[in-house]
Design a protein. Structure first.
Length: 94
């Protein structure tokens, strides 16, 4: 499912026009991105948590040349699904 498909489903469920659904999704994604840029955790009760983690700088080796390189520190996004979501996906009752 892509953003347009999601917007169509959102429009069907909420009864708003598809163009408004796309605007809403774009606004939500902008807010999520900006919040994660500030290294804040985003939690949706019953769905899951988005968290920004820092992967520290580390040494690695090119297996072909055996040269040692430094992989720089970077930020990555971790998603942890809620127990409710996992239960729904697996067909279990909580």
């Amino acid at each position: 499912m892509n953003k347009t498909d999601f917007a169509r489903k959102l429009a069907d469920v909420t009864g708003i026009p598809t163009s408004k659904a796309i605007e809403t999704i774009n606004a939500m994604l902008c807010i999520l991105s900006n919040t994660m840029k500030e290294k804040e955790t985003i939690q949706f009760i019953g769905f899951g948590t988005f968290e920004v983690k820092i992967t520290p700088e580390r040494k690695a080796r090119n297996p072909r040349t055996m040269d040692e390189i430094i992989i720089p520190q970077r930020h990555r996004v971790i998603f942890r699904p809620s127990k409710t979501l996992l239960s729904d996906l697996n067909g279990n009752d909580i």
